[in-house]
Ligand binder design. Structure first.
Ligand code: 5GP
Length: 175
């Protein structure tokens, strides 16, 4: 697959992603049984993962979306901009953050700190993808879909310079 000047090759097929999303949802359903969690999806990249995951969640829950953008083209800038869109009172709530990919962990560090400052009862992360080699922050990610190599990926919500979000599979950049 070609997007702009880059070529991408298949990494995770649609069926494998779907099976993993199911597994993650089942785990969350079990762990949060009897609670009323608040899911907060981090836009834009997590929109497809969040939709697929939430369809399998059978808890009485709320869903919200926040946005922050620190990622410019292919390198993380390391600085996280403002977190916009938390309208819910998250004090004393069980929050589950839905993220597409954790790379350096800078984004999650900031989000976790902000939520803890606001007095959440608990906060956990579900991330479809994690790049363990890129992690510079020690972050506890309770629900991990796939650990992947430290290579740029697109598809299933993830973009390259705005393009490539609308695929069922995930692709990685050709070296
Ligand atoms: P971090 O703050 O952990 O370094 O980066 C997290 C954010 O960077 C993700 O939410 C995602 O938006 C973006 N990101 C990190 N790695 C990739 C990648 O391989 N592909 C794409 N499309 N985005 C990425």
């Amino acid at each position: 697959m070609k997007i702009k000047d880059k070529t991408f090759t298949p990494l995770l097929p649609a069926e494998e992603i779907a099976a993993k999303v199911n597994t993650l949802a089942r785990q969350i359903n079990k762990d949060y049984k009897g609670t009323k969690p608040l899911f907060i999806a981090i836009l834009n990249g997590s929109f497809i993962f969040a939709a697929d995951l939430l369809k399998e969640i059978d808890l009485e829950c709320e869903v919200s979306f926040v946005k922050l953008s620190s990622y410019s083209e292919m390198t993380s800038s390391g600085t996280v901009k403002e977190l916009i869109g938390i309208n819910e009172n998250i004090f004393n709530r069980d929050v589950i953050i839905i993220e597409d990919i954790v790379d350096t962990g800078n984004t999650m560090r900031v989000v976790l700190d902000e939520f803890r400052d606001r007095g959440v009862k608990s906060v956990e992360i579900v991330s479809l993808l994690v790049k363990p080699e890129a992690l510079v922050n020690s972050i506890d990610i309770k629900y991990v879909g796939f650990e992947i190599p430290n290579k740029f990926v697109v598809g299933y919500g993830l973009d390259y310079d705005g393009f490539g979000r609308n695929t069922k599979a995930i692709y990685q950049i050709k070296a």
